[in-house]
Design a protein around this ligand. Structure first.
Ligand code: ISL
Ligand code: CA
Length: 535
């Protein structure tokens, strides 16, 4: 039996930037509902929504103040119920973002816990300073320290992310009980599953200072610990009652650690998002980039294909720069976009696309820090400034790595504000919307969007693409090829990952090409083909 979630394509929606229905400049749930036909037409079957819960938005909703309420910016709970029902009518399920490493400081649990006598005190990590210093020497994901002093309580609290995101303390059993209630609340509404934010760091083995020289000082005390595995097994029992699906965002995992989190027999997560392929073009930290090399990238993807029972396949999300400028070609943006789509839908695993990827949206075209909203970028820019990094270099770093690159509003039309809002958008719209937009591509059979549509359908109807074994054939910086071996047939995928024409010696009947009707061994720049052979 094949699990249902292996066959679907997931489409990630970043609600703030998807579609604004009421002109306040912020995308919302009625806006998403208005685009469901569009998404159904594309062929996606699961919609993952980045957080839509009540939140002060210090980190765009990844700081939650009520897990069972909708942020008024996004609409009401009635809107949410309607979204779930309308999606279901169209054969689509909703995946909610579950952010349970931390809450917002505005969450009532945290507010109560500031009082040392409160029964909620233990929901968070409160510690005294040590000899006039912070409780330990850990550093946070957004740069800098991860303890904040609270006057009212006379102690520091731990936050691995922004100061407004205090970490939950799973040593207090009531915390997990609260989380279980939240799971049921949403599952009872009929959602299809959860994307679990930074889920492999929720259990802290100790709060001791670190003696290791790691990029993230302290990581060894909370990275993929047995306590996390135990929590996941408990959560999974509820998930299984509803036949729901989970994908964990699991930071710094290799294939071994990924398997420990998602091997079927362990009954923890169903799948994880690995980061190794997204880290091929970085030097130690994501702020320092090295040119993308296809050889290393493909070899890394292949290692995951060969060592993890079922992968997620993704090239973009709301934290990453856009894929075409990153992995593709300036000279051939749409051609290379098609090749990246081919990669996404022909590797083994559950494919994910991020809003706008299907039309080839590119990184932001902002010209100054004033236009950047992302808390992480603002922090890092500040840190670089205090380290006396010159302004031009600081800006270059932000331009190439900022999470806002992927967060600019969805480009629907060539009209006013790209059809995203009738008001002032919360974040600038990329100037290329006049040519790069859904309306321009929808009825054009040669467009990138149409190609996505074709590949989504092709994969869905091909047992070999869904279930066939993976075998790597070539991974050089200009040519990648692999085979999917199914029952009675083998499909060879050949990717010409460069701006030049190339002749190759792969053979077979042409199933599909991203730019030609025939195949004779010569590939156009960025052409991607599938060749079929009897096996
Ligand atoms: O952005 C990153 C990689 O480019 C990571 O450092 C990121 O912070 C990490 O993957 C965790 O991300 C998730 O949790 C954060 C939130 O800001 C991100 O948007 C979310 O995807 C804290 O909740
Ligand atoms: Ca709105």
């Amino acid at each position: 039996m094949h699990e249902w979630w292996k066959q679907s394509t997931v489409y990630q929606i970043y609600p703030r930037s998807f579609c604004d229905s009421n002109g306040d400049g912020i995308g919302d749930i009625p806006g998403i509902i208005s685009k469901l036909d569009e998404l159904q037409d594309l062929g996606v079957e699961l919609l993952w929504l980045s957080p839509v819960y009540a939140s002060p938005n210090e980190d765009n909703g990844y700081d939650i103040s009520d897990y069972c309420a909708i942020h008024p910016d996004f609409g009401t709970m009635e809107d949410m119920d309607r979204l779930i029902a309308e999606a279901k009518k169209r054969g689509m399920g909703i995946i909610m973002d579950l952010v349970i490493n931390h809450t917002s400081t505005a969450h009532p649990w945290f507010q109560a816990s500031r009082n040392p006598e409160s029964p909620y005190r233990n929901y968070y990590f409160w510690r005294k300073g040590k000899n006039g210093k912070l409780p330990n020497n850990w550093t946070g994901f957004f740069g800098g320290k991860c303890w904040e002093y609270d006057d009212r309580s006379g102690e520091y609290y731990l936050h691995l992310f922004a100061p407004h995101q205090p970490d939950l303390n799973y040593y207090e059993p009531k915390v997990l009980e609260e989380i279980k209630k939240i799971l049921r609340f949403w599952l009872d509404k009929g959602i299809a599953g959860f994307r679990c934010d930074v889920i492999n760091i929720i259990w802290k083995d100790s709060l001791e200072s670190s003696r290791k020289k790691l990029i993230l000082t302290g990581l060894e005390h909370y990275h993929s610990k047995e306590g996390t595995h135990e929590i996941l097994r408990q959560m999974r029992q509820i998930i299984d009652e509803y036949d729901a699906y989970t994908v964990g965002e699991t930071v710094f995992v290799d294939t071994k650690k990924a398997c420990d989190l998602c091997a079927p027999e362990r009954k923890e997560l169903h799948t994880v998002f690995g980061f190794e392929h997204m880290e091929c073009d970085q030097i130690i930290v994501k702020w320092f980039k090295t040119p993308h090399k296809w050889g290393k990238f493909m070899t890394t993807l292949a290692r995951w294909q060969n060592n993890v029972p079922w992968n997620t396949v993704y090239l973009e999300n709301h934290d990453q720069p856009r894929s075409i400028p990153r992995f593709g070609s300036k000279k051939y943006p749409m051609e290379s976009g098609k090749l990246l789509a081919m990669l996404t839908f022909t590797l083994k695993g559950t494919p994910y696309i991020y809003q706008g990827q299907e039309i080839g949206m590119t990184d932001f075209d902002f010209t100054s820090m004033d236009e950047v909203r992302d808390v992480e970028s603002i922090n890092i820019h500040g840190l670089l400034k205090s380290a006396c990094v010159p302004a031009a270099l600081r800006w270059k770093i932000i331009r190439t790595t900022s999470r806002d690159n992927a967060r600019t509003p969805m480009q629907w039309t060539s009209g006013y504000n790209a059809g995203f809002t009738s008001g002032t958008p919360w974040l600038g719209i990329n100037g290329n919307y006049r040519t790069v937009n859904v309306a321009a591509q929808k009825n054009d059979p040669a467009s990138l969007r149409s190609w996505y549509k074709t590949l989504i359908a092709l994969r869905k109807n091909s047992p070999t693409l869904l279930w066939g074994e993976f075998e790597l054939l070539s991974a050089t910086d200009t040519l990648c090829a692999y085979r999917r071996i199914g029952e009675g047939e083998a499909l060879t995928v050949v990717l010409n990952c460069c701006d030049n024409v190339q002749t190759v010696d792969y053979t077979g009947e042409l199933i599909i090409s991203s730019c030609a009707d025939t195949y004779n061994g010569t590939l156009q720049p960025w052409e991607a083909v599938i060749l079929r052979e009897e096996a």
